[in-house]
Design a protein around this ligand. Structure first.
Ligand code: FMN
Length: 199
């Protein structure tokens, strides 16, 4: 039986422990700047083909969340959501950022001229996002990658000076217990080529 080192066990446990958590499960307590810097530094160490680092982040905390709310409200109004012209729906967008203390945009900036296909650059940003979520988990934070209509709208990207925004990660400290998640068994998703070979 292979013995996993304590370091390996910690990494595996953090990966297993990370959960997507609704804003209702997050307390209002602010997150220290050095904690957020550690999380963003972890993002920077994501794999990136050709080390192009196609990610940029805008961090909204405190009062700057008001600006984010205005951006989301304007994007929602311009979106094709069925209730896009509802003042109540737009107001909900204005208020949403105040439901978590930290919002980090996931911006895709593909260095020009392009060298790899767009999906590779998008995948690199997704890897950076996972590093944010995992390092945040290790540091006692919870959150979620959110990709609403307003967040993905081109007006949101334009307001942030980004070619594209792939969503936002909101973070904060948990205000209690939060539910577990589930996955289908590995056996349904993995083929061990050596075992399935037919001579
Ligand atoms: C690219 C991406 C976009 C997502 N967007 C949303 C979203 O808009 N709203 C949401 O509730 N969850 C969103 N999620 C989180 C998933 O719902 C979540 O990962 C899934 O329910 C599994 O739960 P777990 O992360 O706790 O294992 C997103 C996840 C990814 C990878």
């Amino acid at each position: 039986m292979t013995e996993f080192s304590p370091q390996a066990q910690t990494v595996l446990q953090t990966i297993r422990q990370r959960r997507s958590v609704d804003v209702s499960k997050i307390g209002p307590g602010s997150v220290p700047r050095e904690v957020l810097e550690a999380v963003l530094e972890a993002a920077s160490w994501a794999p990136t083909h050709g080390r192009r680092e196609p990610w940029r982040f805008t961090v909204f905390t405190g009062d700057s969340r008001r600006r984010l709310g205005e951006i989301l409200a304007a994007s929602y109004a311009a979106s094709s959501a069925p209730d896009h012209s509802s003042e109540a729906a737009q107001q909900a967008q204005r208020e949403r950022p105040f439901k978590a203390p930290v919002w980090i945009s996931l911006e895709l900036h593909i260095p020009q001229p392009p060298k790899f296909s767009d999906w590779e650059e998008e995948a690199a940003v997704a890897c950076a996002a996972q590093n944010i979520l995992l390092s945040a988990t290790a540091l006692g934070l919870v959150g979620k990658w959110a990709s609403s209509v307003a967040m993905l709208h081109p007006l949101t990207a334009e307001a942030l000076g980004a070619p594209r925004v792939l969503g936002f990660i909101y973070l904060g400290y948990p205000n209690g217990e939060y539910p577990d998640s589930k996955r289908t068994p590995l056996a349904e998703k993995v083929v061990w080529a050596e075992e399935s070979q037919t001579a």
